[in-house]
Design a protein around this ligand. Structure first.
Ligand SMILES: [Zn+2]
Length: 165
């Protein structure tokens, strides 16, 4: 759907959320350098197909980012095969806190179709994408987390600071 048509159909309250989301283009980490070794470790663990250890590294990455930003934690799950749906593949999933349960971020290691381990860049981008949903609620205090241009810029800003491109 074209962004304009999407925008036009939003309620006035959601239009305000959309515009605010679009204005925010950066996630400012205090010490991104401390995150780079964890990302490199995650890259090795993905290549070695070590699911549990990779989940641990992703949890440390999320904890460190959330600490630097002063927001509540998120529980990270790394699962093996992506679920397949008629509308396509799910890459990652963010579930906000629910009745005392902390927020949860799920990410898959393998494609549903060919069961291949996903490329690390794709994996990490998906991870940052889902974490950006968390930050929309917890850091920027937006009432909803929308896929605006600003959202994708924030995702890229995390990627740039931590993975360097
Ligand atoms: Zn999303």
């Amino acid at each position: 759907m074209a962004p304009f048509n999407y925008y036009r159909k939003l309620s006035p309250a959601l239009k305000r959320v959309y515009r605010r989301s679009d204005e925010l283009t950066e996630v400012e980490l205090s010490t991104p350098a401390t995150l780079r070794p964890i990302a490199r470790q995650a890259e090795e663990l993905l290549a070695e197909d070590r699911q549990r250890a990779l989940q641990g590294a992703c949890q440390r990455l999320a904890d460190e980012i959330n600490n630097q930003l002063g927001v509540p934690p998120v529980t990270v799950r790394v699962l093996a095969k992506r679920p397949s749906r008629t509308w396509g593949e799910l890459h990652g999933l963010y579930e906000p806190p629910d009745g005392g349960q902390p927020a949860r971020l799920t990410i898959w290691m393998r494609t549903a179709q060919r069961r291949q381990v996903v490329a690390f860049k794709t994996f990490l981008r998906t991870f940052f994408h889902e974490l950006c949903h968390h930050l929309d609620y917890e850091l920027f205090e937006l009432a909803d987390s929308l896929h605006t241009e600003g959202f994708f810029k924030r995702e890229s800003s995390l990627f740039r600071q931590i993975a360097g491109s």
